[in-house]
Design a protein around this ligand. Structure first.
Ligand code: C2E
Ligand code: CA
Ligand code: CA
Length: 552
């Protein structure tokens, strides 16, 4: 049983330690992941904010450039008009070209190429615009192949236009190889806000009236950007989607930006894991596991639990009647300790050896005495012919400590010393000299001393020669064999004879059958104890038992 308990405790211990160690590590991982997700979202938000500022900035520049052209007083396409166009194109970084067209959309002149109405490009027409704004602004989102040779986004009004490199919308926002080059090197007084390079993201600028993509970074797929933009606005940005993304809408212009972060490759993600959280989790786990192990050893090991039991006075006492074999009347009782542990009664065989080993037995002996005097003190005072015997362990027999407690305690209760008797096993005589002195001291103080389990030790007889005791308790094992042919069946009668020679009384333990009681009485044993008479009882039951046998 002890083995089972110890192994299940070990399993419990292992499971607990593991759980306690893993839980914070798992929590650490969870926090790490959340922190990573949080960082990712925060990063996307930062990129989106910057991209929207940039897109609004570019749009503002384009429309203010358009406004400036409208205010040029000179004849369109005149030399001075063209000079103004060049100045405007230079001052507004987003503007790559500015020019004029006639009412049928034919090119007239451009800041880059001058007057083009005649010559090789003469008669070239702009395609119909993709969009018309409320303020008369028109736009070509499908990039127009401009005279200068570049694909451009074009905004126009009343016969003049500005052409922009769509990449200007995202200029400096993408820092991936192959992304739009950083144009900050040719900064001008009208330089567009540059938020600094932001790592790998898909970026798209969208016209919200038309739901058309104006510009994207080279790494971004325009159709994906549009699909992300069209997702419901309240859909969480980064939970179910494989692609975490953020959409920002301008409140002043019909534009929005979409920023997406492709799922990074695993090693990249691993590198960006907040290792602090992880390591912190593991460290906390190890610390907690250590604490749990300490707690288990301290409180849940048999030793820890027994220590707690002593502190909490969890011991109760059962009283087994001792009867006079001649009259069958009760003469006293043996106090047998039990441990009340979680509503279970633990027998002394399961904890006395541990208590002896761990130095807890003296405290238990003291609690047994307290209980006996509390429960039977009045009874003993009233009926001085009855006694209770208390079992002592080896350590109780090495010093007079227990006697020093016993003497004032019985005096306080007005119980006669001979009513509290001492049972000492031969195991208690390890230090024979000390035991001899302590036993004499008990006897001198009036407490009769019995040798318990007599006959089971190696040197019972030599002890009897060494010091005097008042009675021998014949061990149950010798009583069990009475009536059988076993060689040990006669040990009981030898002990009784020897006790008679030494003039000490005999108490036979563990009498279960009438035959045993008769045999022992016939051989001269005076007292007996066992289930034949009574099992161990509570104090109240014992008092009732005494009443019955007195009457009978
Ligand atoms: P013990 O002093 O020899 O106590 C007799 C044991 O035999 C008791 O077991 C008792 O319940 C049991 N017994 C009595 N009559 C019969 C019977 O007819 N048949 C059977 N099969 N058993 C019977 P328990 O109470 O389990 O005590 C076991 C041992 O624990 C005791 O043996 C004693 O050595 C020790 N012990 C008990 N109480 C204390 C105590 O307060 N202090 C110390 N140090 N040891 C104690
Ligand atoms: Ca005993
Ligand atoms: Ca015994």
């Amino acid at each position: 049983m002890k083995k089972i308990r110890r192994s299940s405790l070990a399993v419990l211990c292992a499971v607990l330690v593991l759980a306690v160690a893993l839980a914070p590590a798992a929590l650490g991982l969870l926090f790490a992941q959340q922190s990573l997700r949080h960082d990712e979202t925060a990063r996307l938000n930062r990129v989106a904010d910057a991209a929207l500022v940039r897109a609004e900035d570019v749009t503002r520049h384009l429309s203010s450039a358009l406004g400036e052209i409208g205010r040029v007083p000179d004849e369109p396409c005149s030399a001075s008009y063209l000079r103004e166009l060049r100045r405007i194109a230079l001052e507004h970084r987003a503007v790559r070209d500015a020019g004029a067209y006639d009412h049928s959309g034919r090119w007239q002149c451009s800041s880059l190429l001058g007057a083009v109405a005649i010559g090789a490009l003469g008669g070239r027409k702009l395609p119909p615009p993709d969009w018309r704004g409320r303020d008369g602004v028109i736009a070509w989102f499908d990039l127009v192949h401009m005279p200068g040779g570049d694909e451009s986004l074009v905004l126009g009004r009343d016969g003049y236009y500005v052409a922009a490199d769509p990449a200007a919308y995202l200029d400096g926002l993408a820092a991936r190889p192959g992304a739009i080059p950083d144009a900050s090197t040719n900064a001008s007084p009208n330089a567009i806000t540059k938020p600094g390079a932001i790592p790998a993201s898909g970026l798209g600028v969208i016209n919200t009236e038309m739901s058309r993509v104006i510009a994207t970074t080279p790494s971004a797929d325009p159709s994906v950007m549009l699909a992300l933009y069209r997702k419901p606005a309240d859909a969480p940005a980064d939970d179910t989607a494989d692609t975490p993304y953020v959409v920002r809408r301008s409140v002043t212009m019909p534009i929005a930006v979409v920023v997406s972060a492709p799922r990074e490759a695993l090693p990249e993600r691993l590198r960006s894991l907040p290792w602090g959280w992880l390591l912190g989790g593991v460290a906390a786990g190890v610390a907690l596991a250590g604490w749990a192990a300490f707690f288990i050893v301290r409180h849940m090991s048999p030793r820890g639990q027994l220590t707690d039991a002593v502190r909490r006075h969890q011991f109760i006492v059962a009283y087994q009647p001792i009867v006079d074999l001649a009259t069958r009347r009760c003469v006293g009782a043996e106090a047998l300790v039990r441990w009340k542990h979680h509503n279970r009664i633990v027998r002394p065989d399961h904890f006395i050896p541990l208590a002896e080993h761990r130095g807890l037995i003296q405290a238990i002996t003291d609690q047994v005495l307290d209980t006996v005097l509390l429960e039977l003190g009045e009874f003993l005072k009233r009926y001085p012919e009855y006694y209770v015997s208390i079992n002592l362990s080896a350590s109780d027999l090495t010093t007079p400590r227990f006697l020093d407690i016993l003497t004032p305690a019985v005096a306080r209760q007005k119980v006669k010393p001979e009513q509290i008797r001492i049972e000492a096993t031969e195991r208690g005589f390890l230090d024979a000299e000390a035991a001899k002195e302590v036993i004499s001291a008990f006897r001198d103080a009036g407490h009769p001393v019995y040798i318990d389990d007599f006959g089971t030790g190696y040197s019972s007889l030599s002890h009897l020669q060494n010091f005097r005791v008042d009675a021998l308790k014949i061990d149950k094992s010798f009583v069990d064999t009475i009536g059988q042919d076993a060689a040990s069946s006669s040990v009981a009668s030898h002990i009784i004879e020897m006790a008679a020679t030494l003039d000490v009384k005999v108490i036979a333990e563990g009498i279960e059958r009438e035959e045993q009681a008769t045999y022992l009485h016939a051989r001269g044993a005076q007292f007996g104890q066992g289930w034949l008479f009574s099992a161990p009882l509570t104090a109240a039951e014992f008092i009732r038992y005494v009443g019955r046998t007195r009457a009978g």
